[in-house]
Design a protein around this ligand. Structure first.
Ligand code: PMP
Length: 766
C-alpha cells in the first residue's frame, strides 16, 4: 500500500493529517506524526488479527491505565466513529488498522547491560500488571494463537524441522519438561489476561528504568505465570548469568504478586519452552522465506540460551528462580534429593543381596512419580514406558487417597467381615467372563501363580504341568521350576523338572511355524498335543501368559489358545492364564488379554497393575474348581484382600473406567505401534514390531533374513533412550526385544516423541 493511501486512510478514519515513517520489525507498523506534533503508531492488521484480539488489547491497556500502572502504554485511539479499529476499502482490498498512542523510550535490547535496579523494576511492573489484569475476565481473551505459551506443545511435532541432532535433542528435552512439569498443573494455575509478549523489544527503557510496554496484540487469557516466563526468556538472553538475572526479576515480581510453589516450578520449563517455540517458528519460517531477516533476529541468541538452559536441572533452576521470593522455603527441593545416587549404589552393596540387579550402567535414582513420568533427584523427568505396575499412572491421586483414607480407618484380614472384600470381588469379577466368579486374594504374582498351580494339582490330583518356552511366572522355588526364562537362563539348571513340559512359543516371527499365515496359531496349538502325547502321565495344567512378556513381547497368533486349550482339556488338564503383565485393559481391545483369542481359562492369575504399585494379586476361578479345592485345608494369606488393598484395587478400577483407559490404550498404543512400524522402512535393524494396545515389542536383528539377534545394539538403544529421558528395557530369549508396557496414561504426544527420538538415535547409529 502506498504512503499516500495510508495517509488518506488516517485522515478519513481519524481526522488526522500526518506524515509517515515505516517502523522496523515483523509487523507493518508506522510512526505517524500528526500536524499538531503528536506522535502515534499505526498498526495495520494482518489476517491473523481478529476483532476479539483487538477488543482484548484495548480492554487490557485501558484497565492498566485506570489502575495506574505508571509506565507508558499504547492506548488505542478511537476512530471518528468511536471504534477501536479502522476499516476502509481500497480498491478490492479491505484495509484494517488501529492507531495507538506513541510510547517514548528505547527498546530494552538496545540498552544493555541492564542494572539490577532495572531488572527489579521490570519484575515489579510485570507483577503489578498481573495483579491488575488477573480479575479481568472477558470472552474475547479465551482464544489461542501460535505464540500461546500454555499451548507450546502444539509446536512439538515440528521439532524435526531443526536439522542438527544436538539441537533436536535439546528441544525434545525442553518439551519433555513442559509436558511433565507444566501440563499436569496447567489447569490448576491462576488464570487471567496476560500481555503475551513481554520481549526485550516491547519493553522500553529511559534513564535505566522501564518507561513503557508495547504491543498488547498477543493479549489472551492464560495461566498468569506465562507473562513472567516470557519476560524471563527474553530479558535474560544477553545476560552473562541468566538465572541470576531471572531470579532478580522473579523476586521483584513476587513482591507485587505472590507466586505459588507450582508457579515457581513451572517457570523454568515455560521460559525454555518459549525459546524453543521461537527457534521452531524460525525453522518453519526459514522454509517459507530464508531471506526475511526480521524473522530471525533473535534465533541464534535463543539457541545460545537453550544450549545453556538445557544443561541445568529443573530443580536447580526452580531453586535459583525462587531464591529471592517468599516461596523459596516452601519449595524445599534440596530435601527431596536425599543421598547421591553413587552413595546409594555403594550402600546397596553393604545391605542388599547381590542377586538384585540395577538397570543401566549409571543407575537412576528417582524421588517422585506423576502420571507417566518419574522424576530423578534433580527434578529431571523420565517418560516411563516400561513400568506397567503403575498402571493408571504413578501416584494417581484417586488411588493414593483411597489407600490413605482406608489405612486411617481399618486394616484387618479376611477372617473378619468388612464391606471392601466382597465389594471389590464383585467389581473385579464383573470384568471377567461369567464363569470366573470366585476370588482368592494374595500379594504378588508369584504367590498367585503358586496358588493357581497348587489348585490345579489338588483339583486334578495330578502333578504334570505344561509351560510355554521362555515364559516367566515368578521368583519362588516352584515358579522358577516352571519358568524356562529362569531355569534356562543365567544361573538356572538348564533342564526342566521331570513334571514340567515345555511347549514352543507360538511366535509368528521366529520358530518353526513362521510364515504359516492363518494356520500358524493352530499349528503351534497342535504342538501342545504332540507334547501331551509324549507324556507318561496326564497333565494337571497348562499355564501360559495371555501375551508373552519376558519371552519377548510375543503376541500368540489367533486360534492358538483355542487349539491348545482344547488339547489340554481333552487330556483332563486345566488351563491357567497368567495376566500379571497383560490384564486390566492393557491390550486395548479387551480388559483381559485372553479375551483377544475368544477363550475362557479355568483359572486366571493377576497381579502387578492391580494395586497400581500397592502389592496385590489374585487368582480367580470357577465355583466348581474353588469348591473342589476346598478339601479342608484352610487358605489364608495374612495380607491378601485386606481392607486397604481392596480400597486401592477399587480405586484402580474406578480410574480405568473414569479415564476410559482401555480405549485410551487402544488409541495411543495403535499410534505408537504405527509410528514404530513406520520406522522399519528407515531402519534395517528393526526386524519386527508387534503388539496390541500398550503392550508392544520391537525386535532388533542384525539381518532380516537370518534374524540374527542384535542384542548389543538393543542394549545400546535402551541406554541411548535413557540419555533422552525415556525408560525402556530389553527382554526375550536373546535380549534383543525392546519392551513397551507403559503406564496406561501415556499420551499420543509421548508416543510421537518416542518414535522421533528412536528414529534420531537409529539414524545416528548404535
Ligand atoms: N507372572 C508374570 C507374567 C510376570 O511377568 C511376573 C513378574 N514379572 C510374575 C508372574 C511374578 O510377579 P511378582 O513379581 O509380583 O511375584
Amino acid at each position: 500500500m502506498t504512503d499516500t493511501a495510508i495517509r488518506e486512510f488516517i485522515r478519513a478514519e481519524y481526522g488526522i493529517e500526518a506524515t509517515l515513517t515505516r517502523l522496523a520489525g515483523e509487523n507493518e507498523n508506522y510512526l505517524v506524526r500528526a500536524n499538531d506534533g503528536t506522535d502515534y503508531v499505526l498498526k495495520l492488521a494482518d489476517d491473523g488479527t481478529t476483532t476479539a484480539m483487538i477488543e482484548m488489547e484495548s480492554l487490557a491497556v485501558n484497565r492498566l491505565m485506570e489502575e495506574g500502572l505508571s509506565i507508558g502504554l499504547p492506548r488505542v485511539i478511537p476512530t471518528l466513529k468511536g471504534k477501536n479499529e479502522a476499516r476502509a476499502n481500497l480498491g478490492k482490498d479491505l484495509i484494517r488498522g488501529r492507531l495507538i498512542s506513541f510510547v517514548a523510550g528505547k527498546a530494552w535490547c538496545e540498552t544493555l547491560p541492564a542494572s539490577t535496579d532495572r531488572l527489579e523494576h521490570l519484575g515489579g511492573i510485570i507483577g503489578k500488571l498481573a495483579r491488575i489484569l488477573s480479575p479481568l475476565s472477558h470472552p474475547a481473551g479465551e482464544i489461542t494463537h501460535h505464540w500461546d505459551l500454555s499451548q507450546a506443545d502444539q509446536h512439538r511435532p515440528l521439532i524435526p524441522l531443526v536439522r542438527e541432532p544436538e539441537r533436536i535433542k535439546i528441544l525434545e528435552k525442553i518439551f519433555l519438561w513442559f509436558e511433565a512439569i507444566f501440563i499436569p498443573v496447567r489447569e490448576t494455575l491462576p488464570r487471567g489476561p496476560i500481555h503475551g509478549d513481554i520481549n526485550d523489544d516491547n519493553v522500553l527503557v529511559q534513564a535505566d528504568r522501564v518507561s513503557g510496554l508495547l504491543d498488547f496484540g498477543d493479549c489472551i487469557v492464560n495461566p498468569v505465570i506465562c507473562d513472567l516466563a516470557i519476560a524471563l526468556a527474553y530479558h535474560t538472553l544477553d545476560e552473562a548469568d541468566p538465572l541470576g538475572a531471572a531470579a532478580v526479576i522473579t523476586g521483584a515480581y513476587d513482591r507485587e504478586r505472590t507466586l505459588s510453589p507450582d508457579e515457581i516450578r513451572v517457570l523454568f520449563p515455560l521460559l525454555c519452552a518459549r525459546l524453543a517455540v521461537s527457534v521452531i517458528i524460525s525453522a518453519q519460517r526459514r522454509q517459507i522465506n530464508p531471506e526475511r531477516s526480521a524473522w530471525f533476529v533473535s534465533e541464534e541468541r535463543a539457541w545460545k540460551k537453550l544450549e545453556h538452559f538445557s544443561g541445568i536441572s529443573p530443580d536447580r533452576a526452580a531453586a535459583g528462580l525462587a531464591s529471592q521470593t517468599s516461596v523459596a522455603a516452601q519449595l524445599n527441593l534440596e530435601s527431596h534429593q536425599g543421598q547421591a545416587p553413587e552413595h546409594l549404589a555403594r550402600e546397596r552393596k553393604d545391605f542388599i543381596a547381590p542377586s538384585l540387579s540395577l538397570s543401566y550402567k549409571t543407575p537412576l535414582k528417582f524421588v517422585r512419580g506423576l502420571g507417566q513420568y518419574l522424576f530423578d533427584h534433580q527434578g529431571q523427568p523420565f517418560l516411563d514406558l516400561y513400568n506397567n505396575v503403575c498402571h493408571v499412572g504413578h501416584c494417581h491421586p484417586h488411588v493414593v487417597s483411597a489407600g490413605q483414607a482406608q489405612m486411617a480407618v481399618l486394616n484387618t484380614n479376611t477372617r473378619y467381615l468388612y464391606d471392601g472384600l466382597t465389594e471389590y470381588a464383585r467389581r473385579l469379577t464383573a470384568t471377567l467372563p461369567r464363569e470366573l466368579s470366585t476370588c482368592f486374594f494374595v500379594n504378588s504374582g508369584s504367590e498367585a501363580n503358586e496358588l493357581a498351580l497348587r489348585m490345579a494339582k489338588t483339583v486334578t490330583g495330578r502333578e504334570d504341568v505344561l509351560v510355554v518356552d521362555n515364559a516367566y511366572h515368578g521368583h519362588t522355588q516352584t515358579m522358577v521350576q516352571i519358568s524356562p526364562y529362569k531355569f534356562k537362563g543365567k544361573g538356572g539348571k538348564g533342564k526342566p523338572e521331570p513334571w514340567v513340559h515345555v511347549v514352543p512359543v507360538a511366535d509368528g516371527y521366529r520358530g518353526q511355524y513362521k510364515g504359516h499365515g492363518p494356520e500358524t496359531g493352530r499349528a503351534y496349538g497342535d504342538e501342545v498335543k504332540g507334547i501331551l502325547d509324549k507324556m507318561d502321565r496326564p497333565p494337571a495344567a497348562f499355564i501360559t501368559e495371555s501375551l508373552l512378556s519376558c519371552g519377548g513381547q510375543v503376541i500368540p497368533p489367533q486360534d492358538y489358545f483355542k487349539t491348545a486349550f482344547s488339547h489340554v482339556r481333552n487330556a483332563g488338564g486345566l488351563c491357567i492364564c497368567d495376566e500379571v503383565q497383560t490384564g486390566f485393559g492393557r491390550s486395548g481391545t479387551h480388559f483381559w488379554a485372553f479375551e483377544t483369542q475368544g477363550v475362557v481359562p479355568d483359572i486366571v492369575v493377576m497381579g502387578k497393575p492391580m494395586g497400581n504399585g500397592h502389592p496385590m494379586a489374585a487368582v480367580v476361578t470357577t465355583k466348581e474348581i474353588a469348591q473342589a479345592f476346598a478339601n479342608g485345608m484352610e487358605f489364608f494369606a495374612t495380607f491378601g484382600g485386606n481392607p486397604v488393598s481392596c480400597a486401592i484395587g477399587m480405586a484402580v478400577l474406578d480410574v480405568i473406567e473414569k479415564e476410559t483407559l482401555q480405549e485410551h490404550a487402544r488409541i495411543v498404543g495403535g499410534r505408537l505401534l504405527k509410528g514404530l512400524t513406520d520406522l522399519m522402512a528407515r531402519h534395517e535393524i528393526i526386524g519386527d514390531v508387534r503388539g496390541t494396545g500398550l503392550f508392544i515389542g520391537v525386535e532388533l536383528v542384525k539381518d532380516r533374513q537370518t534374524l540374527a539377534p542384535a542384542t548389543q545394539e538393543a542394549n545400546r538403544l535402551v541406554n541411548a533412550l535413557k540419555e533422552s529421558q525415556i525408560l525402556l528395557g530389553t527382554d526375550g530369549p536373546f535380549d534383543n526385544v525392546i519392551k513397551f508396557k507403559p503406564p496406561m496414561v501415556m499420551s499420543e504426544a509421548d508416543a510421537d516423541m518416542t518414535v522421533r527420538v528412536m528414529d534420531r538415535i537409529l539414524e545416528q547409529g548404535l
